[in-house]
Design a protein around this ligand. Structure first.
Ligand code: GZL
Length: 342
């Protein structure tokens, strides 16, 4: 009898607990003014993990691969997270779909690495209405209401461009005429906008500099090579190629060499690059890239710090810029490369 009574009490308790859990599932709480979450968000999750939905641009470059790796190595179950990862294959529509799926799955945080700056207002309003904080990483977004995202961490792309131009002004000092080819990244991405603005300001400030060709290589090696091959056919005198990332620089160098010319510190054509990935720095050490401006992709720990602040009910800085450096073929060493984490 006693056993039966105990069993009945236990079963009743189990049923009541189950009902409480079902009714206590994630309710879209009214989004706080800045769409940030308190510690309560994590409490709603199964097995206590913080669920992070991450919409990644794609896998177009070494930089992007390193960025994805950093996020995946940070947001692990051992660290207390469940990461739902989506690769948008460089299409904004896929990112918007991914965000809607994250909302449906009632994730605790949405992390967005946006392909371009515009077109996010509607879907981020849906996230805000669902009470899910949105963290923007890497590139910036341009929205009508900045409460649609909680905070952003990334690079100052205009500053990166200015750093490259400052090096060019020193390296090219005294040259009457400099014919410049500009391989742009994905048009409309903050990285392309900022780095392009830097170069264009440099061209305006240096009367001998002329932009003889400007085209997007979409941050990929293949497209960078294809575009450079075409430009080489149309221009016999090229003095410098300003490549907005390492992978386009690799493609451009292949095209230059296939055309019987040489690139880098002992070559016909100066190469500027951005990202300072491992492969890019190896080419810089080899002297085929003259100057490489760092764009640091290791955002996993930076995003986690923001989430931990939000979990603790704190309000992170709205914008957090990453400190970055640059590498000159004339001074870089193997030790510099060995010391790098990507
Ligand atoms: C920059 C990042 C850019 C890199 C490219 O933060 O968005 O996208 O410079 C990458 O390599 O494809």
């Amino acid at each position: 009898m006693r056993f039966k009574k105990v069993l009945c009490v236990l079963l009743t308790a189990a049923v009541m607990t189950g009902l409480a859990a079902c009714s206590g599932g994630r309710q879209p709480s009214p989004a706080p003014a800045d769409n940030s979450a308190g510690a309560s968000a994590a409490a709603d999750n199964t097995d206590g993990l913080i669920v992070v939905g991450f919409s990644q641009v794609g896998a177009e470059s070494d930089w992007r691969t390193a960025n994805t790796k950093s996020m995946q190595e940070t947001f692990t179950a051992d660290n207390g997270y469940k990461l739902i990862f989506d690769d948008a294959q460089q299409k904004q529509d896929n990112q918007i779909t991914a965000i809607r799926n994250f909302i449906q799955q009632e994730v605790d945080y949405i992390v967005l690495a946006p392909i371009g700056e515009t077109g996010w207002d509607t879907v981020l309003k849906e996230a805000k209405d669902a009470g899910i904080p949105v963290i923007i990483v890497d590139r910036m977004i341009d929205v009508s209401d900045d409460s649609l995202f909680t905070c952003w961490v990334g690079s100052d792309f205009r500053k990166e461009g200015d750093i490259a131009v400052a090096w060019m002004e020193t390296a090219l000092a005294g040259k009457e005429k400099v014919n410049i080819v500009h391989l742009q990244g994905t048009i409309g991405s903050s990285a392309q906008i900022g780095r392009s603005e830097g170069l264009e300001a440099g061209v305006s400030a240096n009367s001998g500099w002329e932009l003889i060709a400007q085209q997007t290589g979409e941050f990929t090696q293949a497209k960078g090579q294809e575009v450079m091959e075409s430009i080489l056919k149309q221009n016999s005198q090229i003095d410098l190629v300003y490549c907005e990332n390492d992978n386009m620089a690799f493609g451009a160098i292949d095209a230059i060499e296939a055309a019987g010319k040489t690139a880098g510190i002992n070559g016909d054509i100066v190469i500027i690059s951005f990202d300072a990935t491992h492969a890019g720095l190896a080419m810089t050490l080899e002297g085929k890239i003259n100057y490489n401006v760092e764009c640091n992709p290791l955002h996993g720990p930076r995003v986690e710090k923001l989430i931990q602040q939000l979990q603790a009910g704190q309000t992170p800085e709205k914008l957090a810029y990453v400190e970055e450096t640059a590498f000159d073929a004339a001074t870089i060493t193997q030790a510099d490369i060995d010391a790098r984490a990507y």
